[in-house]
Design a protein around this ligand. Structure first.
Ligand code: ARG
Length: 590
């Protein structure tokens, strides 16, 4: 395991040192090194520095240039424009750096020197309810962030804060007591998850209808809530049955989504039940929360409703019940106090932004969140239908997540079948590819959009072979594999730093070299779309390389064949690793 600094990072250091040498007053000035079309890199930092030092920028740039060490990395530097430095790196340096990357399992990506503990709240569906597109986003984005952070060496604790508590469970349990066979299973169910959901749906609807129409039932349901909260064993047993039934359903959806969820990470709202009273007491004693109109509230100077009246965070309701806020506050106490989190992340719909703002502020006032803990709500936007409105079925119901995934797989299978048959794939392989491409398409469409934005769920576009789609990336990967099959086992791939590179090879090489930097950015910003964009560009640069630089028939002789195969191999590993971090598979033959 050896981390490999990118050429861009080493250049950045060299130019910074030269800047400091040329203008000692600017010892810590940023050279602002960027990739550029003119040369490989452009440093723009001299301009600002000259302004501050009241110096002539072109003259200062010339001085920096003189201070740059002549070495094996920099092939040429020139001053251009008002005072930019254009830097071209040596071909040999590119190939040698890539060889160092290739020699490492982690492609030279460093592990964190001081890893912390991140507790991430994501994939939080609600018991006895159908999962909807919002749960899709939270799951897909959260899963990618978990994988990326763990790859960086961070300790990650997953928390699926499922909705498994609340007054509606009084109604559900009471109905179950009065209709004991409601959740009975038959043995041979083709789709256990879907069958579970339809049983729960029936239970929900039937009990809801009775609750509305039958005063007696309403009373019994209300009393049942009290039993549930008091921990009455029979009531808890039936509640557990409903939770377990839901888990069968969640499990089937997550299996389809190719996302791993572990039972011990499912700590739903009920998991904080024992802390609620204490949480409220502590808030009250500390004067953070006050009673107002019979409810225990926290007020904020800067949060007001349309009428100008302050909008409080309600931690205990007038009827004595605890709400969503009390649970989230207790969860923070658990996550910082017991799990020793240094970072708390919440992958939750943007519509809950105000809730989290108030919860975080309350936790700060109470001392449960200190400056040592980073806390971030990572809000995501809404999935839209083709009409630009929130994604719904024609009849206005929310779309069943499972059906949506099935449809994506079906479309993708049709897309891969055509080519698959031509390259002689079996029916089994075509189906497996269809699943990996279809699910990949759904995940990629989600992850390639910046989090806060809404996006249109358009399957035609998502499974298209051209454009910024996962299939395009998966094809690029499969192409590298097919080159190797054609090359045969006797042909080796090897780096040859002594060879001059074509423009398409340099462009591909410099981008491959930037993998670790791209990941570091995602770790810093929690924005997986940056990794998606990096990979898309990688696939595009590889396509150009493949069109312009024959690999197996390279006319520079055997060394060039080996070097180009080496580039193919490193591209394949980088695509595979990068897509894996996004939760997307890479079929070998497509
Ligand atoms: N179950 C909630 C929903 O479906 C999301 C929970 C978000 N997490 C939290 N800690 N509040 O909207």
């Amino acid at each position: 395991m050896a981390s490999v600094p990118s050429l861009s990072a080493s250049l950045q250091q060299r130019v910074a040192a030269a800047l400091a040498a040329a203008a000692p007053s600017a010892a810590d000035a940023d050279p602002l090194l960027r990739r550029s079309d003119r040369a490989d890199f452009q440093a723009n930092g001299v301009l600002g520095l000259a302004k501050r030092a009241k110096a002539n920028p072109r003259e200062l740039a010339a001085e920096v240039l003189r201070a740059l060490p002549a070495d094996e990395v920099i092939a040429a530097v020139e001053v251009s424009g008002p005072g930019f430095l254009n830097i071209t790196v040596a071909d040999a340096a590119i190939t040698a750096n890539l060889a160092a990357r290739a020699a490492d399992d982690r492609l030279g990506v460093p592990v964190l020197e001081h890893p912390g503990t991140t507790v991430i709240d994501y994939a939080q569906p609600n018991v006895a309810k159908e999962m909807h597109v919002g749960h899709l986003r939270s799951s897909v984005i959260g899963d990618a962030i978990v994988k990326i952070l763990e790859f960086g060496g961070e300790k990650v604790v997953r928390r699926h804060h499922i909705g498994d508590w609340g007054t509606q469970f009084g109604m559900l349990v009471q109905y179950l007591i009065e209709h004991p066979h409601e959740l009975d299973h038959t043995e041979d169910e083709a789709d256990a998850g879907e069958a579970s959901m339809s049983r729960l749906d029936r239970l929900y609807k039937a009990s809801g209808a009775l609750f509305k129409s039958d005063e007696g039932f309403k009373d019994r349901a209300r009393r049942r809530v009290v039993d549930l909260q008091a921990g009455d064993p029979e009531t808890l047993g039936l509640w557990q049955q409903i939770v377990d039934e839901s888990k069968i359903y969640f499990d089937s959806v997550y299996r389809k989504l190719d996302i791993e969820i572990h039972d011990e990470d499912i700590v739903g709202e009920s998991g904080y039940n024992d802390m609620l009273v204490e949480t409220c007491d502590l808030l009250e004693k500390a004067g953070v929360a006050v009673w107002s109109n019979g409810a225990l509230c926290v007020f904020f100077d800067d949060i007001k409703g349309k009428d100008g009246e302050p909008v409080p965070l309600i931690v205990r309701k007038t009827d004595g019940g605890f709400g969503y806020a009390a649970t989230d506050l207790s969860a923070i106490r658990d996550r910082t106090g017991n799990l020793h989190a240094t970072t708390l992340l919440y992958v939750v719909d943007v519509r809950q932004s105000l809730h989290f703002r108030m919860v975080f502020e309350t936790a700060r006032r109470a001392g449960w969140l200190t400056d040592e803990v980073t806390v971030r709500h990572l809000p995501f936007g809404t999935l839209l239908g083709k009409d630009g409105k929130p994604f719904k079925t024609r009849s206005g119901e929310s779309v069943k997540l499972e059906h949506l995934l099935d449809e994506a797989v079906e479309r993708a299978t049709a897309v891969v079948r055509d080519k698959g048959e031509k390259i002689g794939l079996s029916e089994q392989e075509i189906e497996a590819n269809g699943r990996q491409v279809g699910i990949g398409a759904v995940k990629y469409a989600d992850l390639s959009t910046s989090l806060g934005r809404d996006y249109v769920f358009d399957l035609d576009r998502m499974v298209s072979l051209n454009g910024d789609t996962s299939v395009y990336l998966q094809y690029a990967y499969a192409r590298t594999r097919s080159i190797f099959r054609k090359a045969g086992p006797g042909q080796q791939a090897a780096a040859h730093p002594e060879l001059a590179l074509e423009p398409a090879e340099r462009a591909l090489g410099l981008h491959l070299d930037a993998f670790a930097d791209a990941l570091a950015e995602v770790v810093q910003t929690y924005e997986p779309h940056r990794l998606a964009a990096y990979l898309y560009q990688l696939a595009s640069l590889f396509t150009t390389f493949y069109e312009q630089c024959p690999v197996l028939t390279a006319d520079g002789g055997p060394a060039q064949v080996e070097n180009r195969l080496f580039l193919c191999e490193l591209t394949a590993r980088t695509l595979h690793q990068g897509l894996a971090l996004l939760g997307i598979r890479t079929p070998e033959r497509l």
